[in-house]
Design a protein around this ligand. Sequence first.
Ligand SMILES: Nc1nc2c(ncn2[C@@H]2O[C@H](COP(=O)(O)OP(=O)(O)O)[C@@H](O)[C@H]2O)c(=O)[nH]1
Ligand SMILES: [Mg+2]
Length: 465
Amino acid sequence: MTLYNPDTIVAISTALSESAISILRISGEKSFEIIQKIFRKGKKLEDYFDISKQKSHTIHFGYIYDGDQVVDEVLLFIYKKPNSYTGEDLIEISCHGGVFVTRKILLLILENGARLAEPGEFTKRAFLNGKMDLAQAEAVADLIKSKTDLAYKASLNQLEGSLSNFIRCAREELIKIISLIELELDFSEEDLEFIKKKDLKEKILELKKQFNKLLNSFIEGKIIRDGLNLVIAGKPNSGKSSLFNVLLSSDRAIVSDLPGTTRDYLQENLIINGILFNLIDTAGLRFTKDEIESEGVRRSYEKIKEADLILFLIDSTESISDIEENYNYFTENFKVENSILCFTKTDLKMQISFEEISAKKGIPVSIYNLDLVDNLKRIMVEKFSYLQISQYKSELVLTNIRHKKCLEKVVDSLDKAIDSIDSGMTGEFISVDLRNAANHLGEITGEFTNDEILNYIFSKFCIGK
Ligand SMILES: Nc1nc2c(ncn2[C@@H]2O[C@H](COP(=O)(O)OP(=O)(O)O)[C@@H](O)[C@H]2O)c(=O)[nH]1
Ligand SMILES: [Mg+2]
């Protein structure tokens, strides 16, 4: 395996746009040597400054040179191995912001012997040098991408090692059990029993319970990380696009009294009480001969299938028979747990009373009544009350699909071990299943890994991280 690449790598670590400062990062064996060639302490080329003689974690003012031309005034941050983010000799150059200057310095460093870093390559090196485990490295990517306080807290929690510690402890526990079984095998002729089969099974069941609890947190974790898909559905003209706009406080979707205006779906982010909603406005649900609109309707149904929460709208100004028909459609096709029934346009002449609306477990909504809109928002959050920040403290949640897949394999192996115990198999068989479980646990933290897994994980990072 050629996991470790000794090249010296460089990247711009800040966003490339007009900004006050930018930061370039360079890491690897030749970092000091390369920067030595283009950095001077003063305005004269002779103002030589020996980088390798400086202490780690020091900052130095100076100039970047291209030949005998000054390119920029910069600050140099020096980190000596192993005390850097990557564990290698590392320099950060803080230069004036803007695309042009930053690019020019990047080119100079490339010309002097570094190579452009791949996405996530700095963090990959941090992992390979034992600065963090794989679950923590993945948390770095999530932290950068987090859009809400909840997502930020969950990824920070993971970065600080909460998941890793849990996995490590569980794995140690498993290995302890395995060693008892294997010890017994060594003494098999003497017929010694180091652990009773009944106790063994109990210990495995206890571990399995903990893993299942973590697995069950995945849906919550996914919503914390990626947000909650909220689809607004209902017949054309029921007021979907209007509600979408009011919830977002913008005129994002086109509103019209012509049915069938929204032909595709629109998606925008909305954060309420720290919960991220991916709000989706759909084309109406109806049979239509218009080809484009019917494609829109098909996409509406697709979005409804993927939804975590559905706002189903019924126009309360429609005839009572239409309202009943709509209501029946709703009760036959939607589940109470993940939908909210809204009767819209209650500022107009309604064909259904407020009492009947609440008897149908619906809520009144009008885009011209902000109290009703706030009430809807409150109910949207309430549906997911278990996500409220006050309840989410340091409770461990699983947010990463890779971790979920590994844990499922762990539970599967534990089930096999239990089967082996129940059917009276010998210790050899039980220990093989338990070893598999321990290995799958190790995959989460990266104790067992390969190039393919690492490339997959780090390719999703941004360059410069
Ligand atoms: N008075 C009133 N009109 C509304 C309300 N919601 C929507 N409308 C009107 O109903 C028509 C259809 O709305 P639209 O949002 O385009 O419905 P969609 O087809 O479901 O997206 C438009 O003329 C809107 O102005 C409401 O709460 N009150
Ligand atoms: Mg619309």
